[in-house]
Design a protein around this ligand. Structure first.
Ligand code: HEC
Length: 201
C-alpha cells in the first residue's frame, strides 16, 4: 500500500471510531426522548422507515397470494377484523379511538388505506417491533385465518358504514369456522318416479 493511501485509511478508521463512540455516548446519555408524544427527528424517522420497509419487502416478496375473492374468506375476515383490529385501525364510520390517538407510530386507518396483500399478510402474521402491531401468528391464528383478514382488507377501503355493518353482522364469530355444509343441496332433479303410478281412486 502506498503511504498516502495508508494514511488516508487510518484517518477514515479513526473518524469511524469517533463516530461510533459518539453514538454510544449519545444513546447511553438518555438524551433522546423515547416518549410517544414526542415524534422522531427527521433523520431517525427516515432511518427507521427505511429499515422497516426493506425488512418487510425482503421477507414478503416471495409470499404466494391465494385467491382473495372467495366470499366465504372475505366474510370470515370481516369477523376477525371487527373483533381484533378496529381499536387501532378503525372502521368505516368510526372516529379516532382513544387507543389510536396516543400511538406512535400511529396505526394506519385501514378503512381508508389499501395495503399490498403480501405486505399485509407478513405484517399481520409477524407484527412490527417497537410499534404496537402484534404478531397475530403467535396468538394462534393460522395462515388461512390470516389470509381471510387480508382478503377482507382488500375490500375495506371505500366500504360505507352501512356495508361494513352488514358484512360484520353476517360474519361467523371470531373462532375457527366450519366452512359451511349448511347450503341446501340444490341438486334434486325431481326424477324420483312418483309420476308413473297414477293416484288410486
Ligand atoms: C394495539 C394496536 C394494534 C392492533 C390491535 C392491530 N394493529 Fe395493525 N398496526 C398497528 C400499528 C401501530 C401499525 C403500524 C406499525 C408501523 O408503521 O411501523 C400497524 C400496522 C398494520 C399493517 C401494515 C400497514 C402498512 O401500511 O404497512 C396491517 C396490514 C395491519 N396492521 C393489520 C392489522 C390487523 C388485520 C389487525 C387485527 C387482526 C391489527 N392490525 C391489529 C397497531 C395495531
Amino acid at each position: 500500500m502506498k503511504p498516502r493511501i495508508k494514511q488516508h485509511s487510518l484517518a477514515v478508521a479513526a473518524m469511524l471510531a469517533i463516530l461510533a463512540a459518539g453514538t454510544g455516548v449519545f444513546v447511553y446519555s438518555g438524551l433522546y426522548d423515547i416518549g410517544a408524544d414526542d415524534h422522531h427527528t427527521r433523520p431517525v424517522f427516515d432511518l427507521l422507515q427505511t429499515l422497516r420497509e426493506r425488512s418487510i419487502h425482503r421477507r414478503a416478496e416471495d409470499i404466494k397470494v391465494p385467491d382473495l375473492n372467495d366470499p366465504q374468506l372475505i366474510l370470515k375476515g370481516a369477523g376477525q377484523y371487527a373483533a381484533m383490529c378496529t381499536g387501532c385501525h378503525l372502521a368505516p364510520g368510526m372516529d379516532d379511538s382513544e387507543l389510536r390517538v396516543g400511538m406512535y407510530p400511529q396505526p394506519p386507518d385501514l378503512a381508508k388505506v389499501r395495503v399490498d396483500p403480501k405486505v399485509a399478510f407478513w405484517v399481520i402474521k409477524h407484527g412490527i417491533k417497537m410499534s404496537a402491531m402484534p404478531a397475530w401468528g403467535m396468538a394462534g391464528h393460522d395462515d388461512p385465518t390470516i389470509w381471510s383478514m387480508v382478503a377482507f382488507l382488500e375490500k375495506l377501503p371505500g366500504m360505507t358504514p352501512a356495508e361494513y355493518k352488514a358484512i360484520v353482522a353476517k360474519a361467523p364469530p371470531d373462532e375457527d369456522m366450519d366452512m359451511g355444509h349448511d347450503h341446501a343441496d340444490a341438486g334434486h332433479s325431481g326424477m324420483d318416479g312418483t309420476t308413473e303410478s297414477p293416484p288410486a281412486r
